[in-house]
Design a protein. Structure first.
Length: 253
């Protein structure tokens, strides 16, 4: 593992360091091929779980699709809303908006969309094929591609649907020499938390005074502290009273 340039660290380096940290191998020892393969799989499984936790994902990305008049659009690797190679379809939408494309140049107008969180809510819509100006959106997290349903259905070529989802963490590695692009604070967290998972495989118990559990927890807290973004609280429209004019500030509140 490169101590000077973290970007030069490979998956094989992470695995070897985790095996040593767990106590499965000692200093100067080379792991067996079976040990490496098992750790390789567990590293990918761990990152696949991390990719579903907002506080362990370092940023969000926004995907867009110009409306074709369809009722829904696929989302995931190779879908209408393409999340990229070696990715997984999103499990939820973080936010969404509709952009008006025509007759709005040079400043295109964005309209926020309310997110329906369940199929049960979407099923309550009586006229699902109604073509009009959308106000809500629903993600059916099917596999391997999900489907996004804006409603009412936006007219073709007039609007673009934009959805914001968690960025894809690297979760598939073809070779042990594969490098990966992640913020540097992830490297230590990957080693320490993979080591904890490997201990259960080898039946290595945590003893009093063992620093590894605390270090692994602290490394995850570092990710949480860096990645947590809390949106401003908004009250439901039905609970917000009409604006009252303040004569001193010349504003409504």
């Amino acid at each position: 593992m490169s101590n000077i340039d973290p970007a030069a660290t490979s998956i094989g380096d992470i695995i070897t360091a985790a095996l040593k940290e767990s106590g499965a191998i000692g200093v100067g020892q080379t792991p067996l091929a079976e040990d490496t393969t098992d750790a390789w799989a567990r590293l990918q499984w761990m990152l696949q779980e991390w990719a579903r936790k907002r506080w362990l994902v370092y940023h969000l990305v926004t995907l867009s699709k110009t409306s074709t008049g369809a009722q829904s659009y696929s989302i995931g690797p190779g879908g209408d809303l393409d999340t990229g190679a070696n990715s997984m379809r999103p499990d939820k939408l973080e936010s969404a908006f509709l952009r008006q494309l025509v007759q709005s140049q040079p400043n295109q107008i964005d309209y926020p969309l309310d997110i329906l969180q369940s199929m049960e809510d979407y099923n309550k819509i009586a006229l699902k094929q109604l073509v009009s100006f959308p106000g809500v959106i629903f993600l059916d997290a099917s596999w391997p591609l999900g489907r996004v349903y804006p409603w009412p259905v936006p007219q073709a070529n007039i609007y673009a649907v934009h959805v914001t989802i968690k960025a894809q963490l690297p979760v598939v590695f073809q070779t042990l020499s594969d490098a990966f692009a992640l913020p540097y604070e992830y490297y230590n967290a990957m080693v320490l938390n993979l080591a904890m998972r490997l201990r259960s495989k080898y039946g290595i118990r945590t003893m009093p005074g063992d620093l590894l559990p605390g270090l692994a927890k602290d490394s995850l807290n570092a990710l949480r502290g860096a990645n947590t973004n809390i949106a401003r609280l908004q009250m439901p429209v039905d609970l917000v009273r009409n604006g009252i004019y303040n004569i001193f500030s010349d504003r409504s509140y």
